[in-house]
Design a protein around this ligand. Structure first.
Ligand SMILES: [Zn+2]
Length: 55
């Protein structure tokens, strides 16, 4: 399965993982705004990367 992983460089942690099947770029961006907006407002650097897991 493939996921989009949301990582905050400032907090040095993964904020969330979203299955690529159900979350396209737009949806993930919406998630970041609604769930992780506090990081963005504090100027944190957030990266979205594609990760895959063997299932
Ligand atoms: Zn952060």
């Amino acid at each position: 399965m493939e996921f989009r992983e949301i990582y905050c460089y400032n907090c040095k942690k993964v904020l969330g993982k979203y299955n690529i099947k159900y979350y396209n770029d737009d949806k993930v961006n919406d998630m970041i705004k609604s769930n992780y907006g506090s990081h963005v407002r504090q100027g944190h650097e957030i990266r979205i990367s594609k990760v895959s897991t063997k299932s």
